[in-house]
Design a protein around this ligand. Structure first.
Ligand code: KIV
Length: 262
């Protein structure tokens, strides 16, 4: 998938599938899949590094994981998150941060928020030839300001603000927009109001695409079970069964057999 396919898919009402990915072997699996777009999300700080929030993601982390994922992909469009506050520095430093992610192999960056400062930054980056994906609704980098991981845009005033933010991001030049944790009706209204595609997570089925986190989709973690996550595989059980089978084989001296010995 290339950048122009995002708008084409919206026009043709063909849904966009996006999945997070953080390492080379996983990217090699995604490379063989039907997934359209891959996100090296700052969720890596939580899903892979065990931190409590995405606030702990750093440029170094994002560069390392973007490089690893880029090595495994061939055809999917690769988006990388600008981590906490890395677009709230000077324009020159923001540009350098974006340069590092694109040189690591990303085709585009995703930026959280839609206030006038962010929109100005996005305009600057788009003018410089950088595709930017926006992100509104529950923006996890602002979790402390939002007072927790809560559904956004339930009240009319908040919903109107989110719709305006979506329009501002489109005007600023975003090629697509992630909408996280908002009521389905609001996500639908935003999707209909924009000519760029919306990609939802916890935003219902009416968006132009969906995104899920690798470990959630594959059932690799069981501690965090938000309503919007569907486990499409029982990854933890499958891995645990394999690991325990290995441990038992070692215990019983039934591995290695002659077949695995020299
Ligand atoms: O970091 C991330 O994984 C994300 C998605 C949940 C959209 O931003």
């Amino acid at each position: 998938m290339k950048i122009h396919d995002f708008k084409r898919k919206k026009v043709q009402q063909s849904k966009i599938s996006m999945l997070t990915c953080y390492d080379y072997p996983s990217a090699c699996i995604v490379a063989e899949s039907q997934i359209d777009c891959v996100l090296v999300g700052d969720s890596v700080a939580m899903a892979v590094h065990g931190h409590k929030s995405t606030i702990m993601a750093t440029m170094e982390m994002m560069i390392l994981h973007t490089e690893s994922v880029a090595r495994g992909l061939h055809q999917q469009f690769l988006v990388s998150d600008l981590p906490f506050l890395c677009h709230r520095v000077s324009q020159a430093d923001t540009t350098q941060n974006v340069r590092k992610l694109l040189q690591a192999g990303a085709h585009a960056v995703k930026i959280e928020g839609a206030d006038p400062d962010v929109c100005q930054t996005i305009r600057h980056l788009v003018t410089a030839g950088i595709p930017v994906m926006g992100h509104i609704g529950l923006t996890p980098q602002s979790v402390h300001q939002l007072g927790g991981y809560k559904v956004q845009g339930k009240a009319d005033e908040q919903a109107a603000l989110l719709l305006q933010q979506a329009r501002d991001l489109e005007t600023a030049g975003c090629f697509a927009l992630v909408i996280e944790c908002v009521p389905q009706a609001l996500a639908k209204a935003i999707t209909q109001a924009l000519s760029i595609p919306t990609i939802g997570i916890g935003a219902g089925v009416e968006t132009d695409g969906q995104v899920l986190v690798w470990h959630d989709l594959l059932g690799l973690q069981t501690e965090f079970n938000p309503r919007f996550v569907k486990k499409f595989a029982q990854g933890k059980e499958t891995l645990l069964a394999g690991i325990n089978s290995y441990a038992e084989h070692v215990q019983q001296a039934s591995f290695p057999t002659l077949e695995h010995s020299f």
